[in-house]
Design a protein around this ligand. Structure first.
Ligand code: SF4
Length: 333
């Protein structure tokens, strides 16, 4: 039994570089995740938000150990799984499951949805025969799937129904941690709320921990207790969801919030801040603060010194910006 004080998952100094061919045969590396520390606590939902290309999905795969980190460590339920091999990861992947972004491609089109949900239970030898049938029926019921669909194939279901199948499959082994990577971004807006509410209800019933990854701030706000904001592979701000949306301290978070007013927006968040330029390439990141090329309040120091992610204002609010003072006050865009 893992002590309740131990985070369900803890990452320290996580780095992921992908080799790329350079000019004149020289090799270089794309750093997709850069020195990330993260702790996920039991029964909570931790949101991870950032633009496309910010490294959040790569981070999710590192935490799942679908990718091996270049440096840093990952501990799951107190066990170091950084270099665990396939055999060692097998029992880990009973307790650590993922819901994928695209319900169209993440389900095997040749299998019935009953078999898709039953497969992890069979592979991990959790149930068979009548017990397996009953477990699958219970998962269908929990995830709002009609028992009549058990013999259908994925192409016979709608996108929302397919994502329910993906969730039922992910929960079949009663995981302690679910990593949901953009689980509603491929769905029509009209069905997104149903899937988000289902995930919330299931978490309340079953008590699993969740890492919820999305580019959509309002969705992350709805789902999360705590939120980390990523920019170019780094976490630039992390705080309780209620605090982040009322008092965003990093200029990037403020710009994101102003661009997409969330459900409980800060009073002045509707004033839109348009960032100039695109996300810089991770192949050639800027020196100093990674955000300085787009930051409306950048100062000369920002171009040479990288700010550290540190607590400012209170122990639970972390921010990486030179202009945020120790009491948490700082730039307002
Ligand atoms: Fe902007 Fe400078 Fe703060 Fe970076 S460190 S966010 S460039 S003010």
């Amino acid at each position: 039994m893992v002590s309740p004080d131990v985070p369900v998952l803890r990452a320290r100094g996580l780095i992921k570089e992908f080799p790329v061919g350079g000019s004149l045969g020289r090799k270089s590396a794309l750093r997709a995740v850069d020195q990330v520390d993260l702790e996920l606590h039991a029964g909570k939902t931790h949101g991870l938000v950032g633009e496309s290309g910010s490294g959040k999905s790569t981070l999710g795969k590192l935490l799942m150990r679908l990718l091996t980190p270049t440096a840093g460590t990952v501990e799951f339920e107190g066990q170091d799984i950084t270099r665990a091999d396939r055999r060692q990861l097998r029992p880990v992947h009973r307790r650590l499951r993922m819901v994928f972004q695209d319900p169209y491609s993440s389900l095997d089109p040749r299998m019935t949805i009953g078999d898709i949900v039953a497969e992890p239970l069979r592979l991990h030898r959790v149930a068979r025969g009548r017990a397996l049938d009953e477990r699958v029926a219970a998962l269908f019921d929990q995830c709002g799937l009609s028992p009549a669909w058990r013999h259908r194939y994925p192409h016979e279901l709608s996108g929302g129904q397919r994502q329910r199948v993906g969730i039922a499959r992910a929960l079949s082994l009663q995981p302690s941690l679910l990593i949901a990577d953009e689980p509603v971004s491929a769905l029509d807006v009209s069905v997104q709320a149903g899937i988000l509410n289902l995930l919330k209800d299931l978490q309340q019933q079953l008590g699993f921990t969740c890492l919820f990854i999305s580019h959509d701030l309002s969705v992350v706000e709805f789902m999360s207790d705590r939120i980390a904001v990523m920019y170019l592979g780094k976490i630039v701000e992390e705080a309780k969801a209620s605090e982040l949306f009322v008092q965003p301290r990093h200029p990037y978070t403020q710009a994101l919030l102003s661009a997409e007013p969330p459900l409980r927006a800060a009073p002045d968040a509707a004033r839109r801040v348009v960032l100039s330029g695109d996300l810089p390439s991770a192949l050639d990141p800027p020196a100093g603060c990674l955000f300085h090329t787009r930051c409306p309040v950048a100062e000369p120091t920002c171009r040479v010194e990288q700010p550290e992610l540190a607590t400012r204002g209170d122990d639970e609010h972390l921010v990486a910006c030179h202009l945020v003072l120790p009491d948490g006050t700082g730039p307002r865009l």
